[in-house]
Design a protein around this ligand. Structure first.
Ligand code: NAP
Ligand code: HSE
Length: 432
């Protein structure tokens, strides 16, 4: 049989795309041998063609016009690695309509426009692959779609943002300030162009939204999820969490309750040290999947950065080549279930509250009374030394209560004369 050659074009040539280019070029013999086909790196669209890059690309292969790539009839596979939503969506749709197979690492556009993208791919007989969009180098999308296809998932949770895990790990290990750490994360290529996507939890929300779609066949709007990032966590919280046999991690999850209602969220939580996920550090991600057939599986690997992400993009390019050689595409998601969503107010759990208070009599009694008024029962209570004379830190954990009750209690406490500012609240993670 005649050996085929496929041409690959890139939209974007930043951190991830340069990694893909570098490995496709450097490992060409090995990769094409496993594909059973040859490939050529056809060209790349960038914002600024004069910028110096970490890979050497002949100037005639660079353009600032994405249509030079998506309308080039000799290009078979388009890698959308530019990021963002609106322009990335236009480029993706344009490429699919032009009959290209599209590979993407762009969780933001999938979360916002996945339904339209998948439909366009289907309508125009193309395919769209997005392994690198969730959990960097962990092939979690293949795991969900293929390896664990037999399962219905009661709980998917884990660490889905490499930047936040890198920051939290270094805060804990080095007692280092957030500002110096994020600079390193930027330099290492972990951080999104809009870094609030990482820090405020939205990037992890986009990723759990994609996993929820693959597992349950429904799109969950991140705007309707409980999404909270890592701002406001103090070095002391990291240290004090250890006294509760826990470690603070940004946990993304989608849970199916006994009544079938789904609840998706992203928040920093105290994870018990006995949970393997609590021991996944640095830029590593972890995804725990609880399936009715397989039981629990946990998948760990680098969640961000050039090489780990390039590994996932190249896996998709391999799938794209197989598709172009006639292999069928796996169904995208579990059959759409009748979606019901749990209301945030009704979700129950245990909480950690940190309060800055005057170090004087009556304070404890007043706070306990405000919590009791919302039927919140205290499990543990500790007072810690404050650097400012006359002040103290008060830490407490609650027994199970509802999100709504904690919200009301915080409203009562905010502005009361026996507390400075407002309580800082973290959730306590309970897996099953
Ligand atoms: P990046 O370093 O910021 O690179 C973006 C690239 O897109 C740059 O080459 C830029 O051109 C180009 N670009 C941006 N806007 C453009 C426009 N309007 N027209 C033409 N070119 C444009 O981003 P990245 O870190 O590689 O991330 C790329 C995608 O992968 C994003 O969707 C991101 O969420 C996702 N992702 C990243 C990681 C990671 O660890 N970095 C991991 C998983 C997924 P110039 O170079 O000329 O500025
Ligand atoms: N900024 C993302 C992260 C990149 O830190 O996880 C990987 O998706």
């Amino acid at each position: 049989m005649e050996r085929k050659t496929f041409r690959i074009g890139f939209i974007g040539m930043g951190t991830v795309a340069q990694g893909v280019w570098k490995h496709l070029e450097g490992n060409c013999g090995r990769i094409s041998a496993s594909l059973g086909a040859d490939y050529e790196l056809a060209g790349a669209c960038v914002r600024d063609a004069s910028k110096k890059r970490g890979v050497s690309i002949p100037s005639e292969k660079l353009t600032e016009n994405p249509f030079d790539i998506i309308n080039d009839p000799s290009i078979d596979i388009v890698c959308e690695l530019m990021g963002g939503t609106d322009k990335a969506f236009d480029v993706t749709i344009g490429a699919l309509k032009a009959g290209k197979v599209v590979v993407s690492a762009n969780k933001a556009v999938i979360c916002k426009k996945g339904a339209e993208i998948f439909e366009t791919a289907r309508k125009f007989g193309g395919a769209y692959f997005f392994e690198a969009s969730v959990a960097g180098g962990i092939p979690i999308i293949k795991v969900l779609r293929e390896g664990l296809v037999a399962n219905s998932f009661s709980l998917i949770y884990g660490i889905l943002n490499g930047t936040c895990n890198y920051i939290l790990t270094r805060m804990e290990r080095e007692n280092a300030a957030y500002e110096t750490i994020i600079e390193d994360a930027r330099r290492l290529g972990y951080v999104e162009a809009d870094e609030s996507l990482d820090i405020d939890g939205w990037d992890a929300a986009h990723k759990i939204c994609i996993l929820a779609y693959l597992a349950h066949g429904v799109w969950i709007d991140p705007e309707k999820m409980l999404v909270s990032g890592i701002r406001g966590i103090r070095l002391e919280d990291m240290m004090w969490a250890r006294d509760f046999d826990s470690r603070i991690k940004l946990v993304a999850s989608v849970r199916k309750n006994g009544d079938g209602a789904l609840f998706a969220s992203v928040y920093p939580a105290l994870l018990p040290l006995s949970d393997v996920v609590a021991n996944v550090n640095g830029v590593y991600n972890a995804v725990s999947l609880s399936g009715d057939v397989v039981g629990r599986t946990v998948h760990i690997g680098r969640g961000a950065g050039q090489d780990a992400t390039a590994s996932a993009v190249i896996a998709d390019i391999a799938d794209a080549v197989r598709y172009l050689m006639g292999a069928p595409v796996m169904p995208l998601a579990n059959a759409g279930e009748n979606a019901k969503f749990a209301a945030l107010e009704d979700v129950s759990g245990e909480f950690y509250l940190r309060m800055e208070v005057p170090d004087q009599s009556g304070v404890l009694a007043s706070i306990a009374s405000d919590l009791a008024a919302e039927e919140i029962s205290i499990e543990l209570l500790q007072q810690r030394k404050h650097d400012t004379p006359g002040r103290a830190w008060l830490l407490l954990t609650t027994h199970a209560t509802t999100e709504a009750a904690v919200k009301r209690a915080c409203e009562r406490l905010r502005g009361a004369k026996y507390i400075f500012g407002e309580p800082f609240v973290l959730r306590i993670w309970r897996g099953e």
